[in-house]
Write a protein that binds this ligand. Structure first.
Ligand code: SF4
Length: 66
């Protein structure tokens, strides 16, 4: 299932857990804070993207069905 991802970057504390779990979707800038290349998550990354969202201690990541 294709999903739509968004982040509340002001809440990101730079733990990097999201990028460890799902590096195709969650990128870290040079300071270690998350950013996205796009807001669509394809089937192949949906499972790990959800895992990353659940693992984020600051609840930065929101995923919804596209
Ligand atoms: S796991 Fe959460 S707090 Fe950590 S870098 Fe990713 S979005 Fe930011």
């Amino acid at each position: 299932m294709t999903m739509k991802v968004s982040i509340d970057s002001e809440k990101c504390c730079g733990y990097g857990i999201c990028a460890e779990i799902c590096p195709s979707v969650f990128k870290l800038d040079e300071q270690g804070f998350v950013y996205l290349d796009g807001d669509v998550v394809g089937d192949e990354h949906a499972r790990t993207a959800v895992e990353a969202a659940d693992a984020c201690p600051e609840l930065v990541i929101t995923l919804e069905s596209a």
